[in-house]
Write a protein that binds this ligand. Structure first.
Ligand code: FES
Length: 102
């Protein structure tokens, strides 16, 4: 087991994880953030995309231990002032607006 510390959607977490745990599984299974989806097993669909230190990454391609110390934004973290982000509403948005998390 390895201990990691991350900030996800503005909230700090510290958890023990198996070194082989993928970030997407950590977010979904340990933190309960199921808005990050697993849509393929080939790392091509992008359903698992999150922002990690301001950069979009496919969380199925990273180990949770690689995110140690990082600030992560999942789709749950895109809402502002109680208002859903267009992505949460299922609207079509430009990639520019997605790259600017709260
Ligand atoms: S689950 Fe498809 S790219 Fe990550």
């Amino acid at each position: 087991m390895s201990t990691i510390s991350v900030t996800v959607n503005g909230r700090s977490y510290q958890n023990d994880v198996e070194p082989r745990t993928l970030l997407v599984h950590y977010l979904r299974d340990s933190l309960g953030l199921t808005g990050t989806h697993i849509g393929c097993d080939t790392s091509q669909c992008g359903a698992c995309t999150v922002m990690l230190d301001g950069v979009s990454v496919k969380s199925c391609t990273l180990l949770a231990v690689q995110a140690d110390g990082a600030k992560i934004t999942t789709i749950e973290g895109l809402a502002k002032d109680g208002q859903f982000h267009p992505l949460q509403e299922g609207e079509e948005v430009s990639t520019e607006s997605v790259a600017q998390p709260a």
